[in-house]
Design a protein around this ligand. Structure first.
Ligand SMILES: Cc1cc2nc3c(=O)[nH]c(=O)nc-3n(C[C@H](O)[C@H](O)[C@H](O)COP(=O)(O)OP(=O)(O)OC[C@H]3O[C@@H](n4cnc5c(N)ncnc54)[C@H](O)[C@@H]3O)c2cc1C
Length: 400
């Protein structure tokens, strides 16, 4: 019997397995895919990810990026730079493969190409049922993404509410490196930038993210916005082709769902813990999920290690407390912001105008969005600044 079986070897599962193995547990990771596997994603990773990993990810980096450009619905251009802060751009095939290899290196057994179809409670453990194989464990971590089989099997969730899940259409498009540089170059700073187009989609945004020899292009919106995403994708990519003077090969596009936090119920049941997308831990403003996947995987591993040490399966409930403190509080603040800015295109425009005019508010908003400082503190500073300097315009955002 394993101490821990992790279902899903994406970022949340791989880091959880590594951490648990390093803490001396006997761990298995089961994934339906064979790595390196494709994963639809913008691949923008916030700088704080470096601080929570215990190994170097340099080999999986496409580039570092120091500039973000946001286009308002009316085409206002806001350039965001935080001196000394650089985001990381990755291709998920390589990044996720590296993480899974790090789990293997730490001693976790990795089973690839095994689809999990359910879990069964045992008297003193839990059985993970795979197609062909099954795995007995003291504890299970569900890291199997937005369509989690584990969450359904243990009765933690049936589906997502439309306001708590987004739909994205995206494609990774190969381009020569010099073209990637030139189409994403920000003339103000002379550096390539990630670009976010707030007006492209009702209740969401379009993006253009540079990698080394490809770009990620996509549109995404909350399901509740009922946006006609296929049409918006067509319009967005046609506009990009025109403004950037490019012909894009869009044949590799696909659609995927992304949960949008914070989750509202418990994330543990009996001997089972949910992490990452399977738990719904994604920013509802930006769609950033990799950081939260890693954080939750690390916390889950620590809680399971403690439960094994104490021989107390009830200890898994500690995960709900720690995740509430360390992750969900921040996602609640981000939900508040997302409800304000995605409410209407007018509100997006108002928020962009304030950010364009006021460099302090712009800096605070960026620190808030990429988690450089505790969200609650930054929210408070931002609200105070806007209320003091732009009372009427702030009020309009709040009440419109
Ligand atoms: C279009 C798009 C763009 C995004 N862009 C960004 C971005 O730029 N930055 C960012 O931070 N986040 C982004 N995200 C979110 C990010 O991709 C996720 O939050 C992150 O992948 C979560 O990691 P995870 O390990 O929880 O789940 P996943 O990465 O989804 O991994 C789940 C793993 O479980 C496996 N699995 C699933 N079902 C089973 C089963 N039944 N049996 C066995 N294995 C199974 C899968 O094969 C997969 O390997 C984006 C998401 C989308 C959809």
């Amino acid at each position: 019997m394993y101490d821990l079986v992790v279902v899903g070897g994406g970022p949340s599962g791989a880091i959880c397995a590594r951490r648990a193995a390093l803490r001396g547990l006997n761990v298995a990771v089961v994934d339906k895919a064979t790595f390196p596997r494709r994963k639809l994603c913008g691949g923008a990773v916030s700088p704080r990810v470096r601080e929570i990993l215990d190994f170097d990810i340099h080999s999986a980096l496409e580039r570092e990026i120091g500039v973000a450009v946001v286009y308002s619905p009316h085409g206002q251009r806001i350039v965001g730079v935080l001196p000394g802060v650089r985001g990381l751009m990755v291709r998920r095939e390589r990044f996720d493969h590296l993480l899974l290899e790090k789990a293997r290196e730490a001693g976790a057994e990795v089973f690839e190409g095994v689809r999990v179809v359910g879990v069964e409670q045992l008297r003193s453990g839990i059985r993970v049922l795979g197609e062909g194989d099954s795995f007995n464990a003291r504890f299970v971590v569900g890291a199997d993404g937005v369509n989690s089989v584990v969450a359904r099997a243990v009765g933690l969730r049936r589906g997502w509410k439309p306001d708590y899940v987004g739909l994205c259409i995206a494609a990774d498009i190969k381009l020569p490196p010099d073209i990637v540089e030139s189409v994403t170059m920000d003339p103000e700073t002379g550096q390539p930038a990630i670009e976010l187009y707030l007006g492209a989609v009702k209740g969401g945004y379009g993006w253009l993210f540079p990698k080394r020899d490809e770009v990620s292009i996509g549109v995404g919106a909350k399901m509740s916005s009922k946006a006609d995403l296929r049409n918006l994708w067509h319009r967005f990519t046609t506009d990009l082709e025109q403004t950037k003077g490019l012909k894009l090969n869009l044949s590799g596009r696909s659609a995927f769902r992304v949960p949008l936090g914070p989750p509202d119920g418990r994330l543990t049941r009996r001997r089972c813990i949910m992490v990452g997308d399977a738990a719904g831990l994604v920013s509802p403003v930006t769609g950033e999920g990799i950081y939260y996947a890693l954080m939750s995987g690390i916390i889950a591993a620590d809680v399971v290690a403690e439960a094994v040490k104490r021989r107390n399966s009830l200890h898994v409930a500690e995960y709900d407390c720690r995740i509430a403190d360390e992750v969900i509080g921040e996602l609640r603040v981000l939900r508040w912001l997302s409800n304000l800015i995605y409410r209407s295109k007018d509100n997006m425009e108002r928020a962009c105008s304030l950010a364009a005019e006021d460099p302090v508010a712009r800096r605070l908003a960026m620190e808030f969005l990429i988690g450089l400082r505790p969200a609650r503190a930054v929210r408070w500073e931002l609200v105070k600044r806007l209320a003091r300097h732009y009372p009427l315009r702030s009020l309009r955002i709040l009440v419109s």
